[in-house]
Design a protein around this ligand. Structure first.
Ligand code: P61
Length: 459
């Protein structure tokens, strides 16, 4: 087996260090067995996230030198606005410092005390907390297949239209703030939504006069899956597919740190003029003037160029296939992973990996810590620790998916490094029975997974 062919060559490198066994054991203990709390100098291959970790191109770096750092009306803002209008097809653009800045704006604009239900195709941590902080809730309306790691549905990110309609009817349409649709659903394993599903969600929402807000963070990779898997799209350009996708929404929030190949940035884009006007007013309170929204001029230039580069089909083909390359090696080792292989990483099924560890001893957290201790490869827990507690009852919620995300930064690691990662995970798999679990000894109130601390269970 050989890895996918890179459509680029490497012009700059960064040194990485592989700490020895003793150093790794001490580093993860000191980090409270939470990979978010590791010092990145102690990490050899960093697969914590694909967010803000991409390698920029020479074209993007050149753009940084053209930063217009004017407080108002920077030319880089207008370049960014034009890129978003052309690539995604939205009329209006409000920049933000990153995705959650845009989530904050949209939640404040559309959520009201008695209109605070936001159905979504599976929660994302930051999206959910913005809704909950305003007293709202985010019921899950993704298709059932998404909760089954073995189900090979090609569009596992789809909204279940019956579930969505039941929520609208049960609560009353007046209680629904908006319908939120994520592209390439992160917590489900990077699973795409089909164009047909988007079209039907639009029809349903039209019949109830409901707004649709996309989380378009990984929409370019979603568009690639549509081109690859959905009838009628194989000859279409990624930009054409994106334009059609976005036409089914009223607005989107976008963390540019993923598909746009930049280290920081985000935006809210809209076709709905009222949403745009409110966002343009509010952004000056929370982020910065409406022509920079928390980004510098140079950041906006790199983003404007990165959005276009990230839709190059040769790049996307390499990107998706590098993730598959890792997934296929792991499958060859019988390591349980979520299928089909998604866009931005491999998701290990911790419940199958560690059937002997009870959920109260946090199997995904345990697995992420064990992989680090084995190899200095950093991954991320995506299970019950991330899900948190029920805001009403205070009880832990144990979601069906108890995963570890092995996330691949874009254009950063070689296929040989992917082979090292696969070997490391295989080594942990082979000694899985010796691993016992973790107990939580410190639990923060909000988004606990970022800073929670654990200790090894001794039996
Ligand atoms: C990530 F552990 N994602 O996947 P911001 N929507 C979506 C995202 O994936 C996303 C944001 C909005 C991250 C960073 C991160 O629990 C965590 O630019 C689909 O990060 O503000 C971010 O965009 C927010 C990691 C966020 C986490 C929250 O790694």
């Amino acid at each position: 087996m050989s890895g996918p062919k890179e459509p680029f060559k490497i012009k700059m490198v960064e040194r990485v260090r592989l700490p020895n066994q003793e150093q790794r054991t001490e580093a993860i203990r000191k980090a409270g067995y939470n990979t978010f709390l590791l010092n990145s100098d102690d990490v050899y291959i960093d697969l914590l996230t694909d967010s803000g970790t991409s390698a920029m191109s020479d074209n993007q770096w050149a753009g940084l030198m053209l930063g217009d750092e004017a407080y108002a009306g920077s030319r880089n803002f207008y370049n960014l606005e034009k890129s978003i209008q052309e690539v995604l097809g939205y009329k209006y653009v409000v920049p933000t410092h990153q995705g959650r800045g845009a989530e904050h704006l949209i939640s404040r604009i559309l959520i009201k005390p008695k209109k605070n239900i936001v159905p979504r195709n599976m929660y994302f941590t930051t999206s959910k907390i913005h809704v909950e902080l305003l007293g709202g809730e985010m019921p899950d309306v993704i298709i059932d297949e998404a909760h089954d790691p073995e189900n090979e549905h090609p569009f596992k990110g789809n909204i279940d239209l019956d579930k969505l309609e039941s929520i609208i009817i049960e609560n009353g349409v007046e209680k629904i703030a908006y319908v939120n649709v994520e592209m390439n659903v992160n917590m489900a394993g990077g699973q795409p939504v089909s164009m047909e599903n988007l079209r039907k969600v639009r029809e349903l929402c039209n019949s109830y006069n409901l707004k649709i807000i996309f989380d378009a963070t990984r929409s370019s990779e979603n568009a690639y899956f549509i081109k690859e898997r959905e009838k009628g799209y194989s000859d279409k350009r990624i930009e054409e597919i994106l334009n059609e996708m976005m036409s089914y929404s009223d607005a989107c929030i976008y963390s540019a740190k993923k598909d746009c190949l930049v280290n920081i940035g985000g935006f809210l884009a809209a076709n709905d003029k009222e949403i745009y006007e409110r966002a343009r007013n509010l952004v000056v309170v929370y982020e910065g003037l409406h022509t920079y929204g928390g980004m510098s001029g140079r950041d906006m230039e790199a983003l404007s160029r990165g959005l276009r580069e990230g839709t190059d089909v040769r790049y996307l083909e390499y990107r998706i296939n590098q993730v598959r390359y890792l997934g296929e090696i792991l499958t060859g080792y019988n390591v349980p992973i979520v299928k089909p292989i998604g866009s931005h990483g491999i998701f290990l099924d911790a419940l199958k990996f560690f059937p002997h560890i009870p959920r109260e001893l946090w199997p995904s957290q345990t697995l992420a810590a064990a992989i680090y201790e084995e190899s200095a490869v950093r991954t991320m827990e995506r299970g019950a620790v991330s899900k948190g507690r029920d805001p009403k009852t205070g009880e832990n919620i144990f979601p069906k998916l108890e995963l570890v995300r092995v996330t691949i930064p874009r254009r950063v690691y070689t296929n040989t490094q992917m082979e090292y990662v696969a070997e490391s995970i295989k080594n942990v798999y082979e000694k899985r029975e010796q691993i016992k679990g973790l107990k939580m000894v410190y639990e923060p109130k909000d988004l606990r997974f970022f800073q929670a601390e654990f200790e090894k269970v001794i039996c």
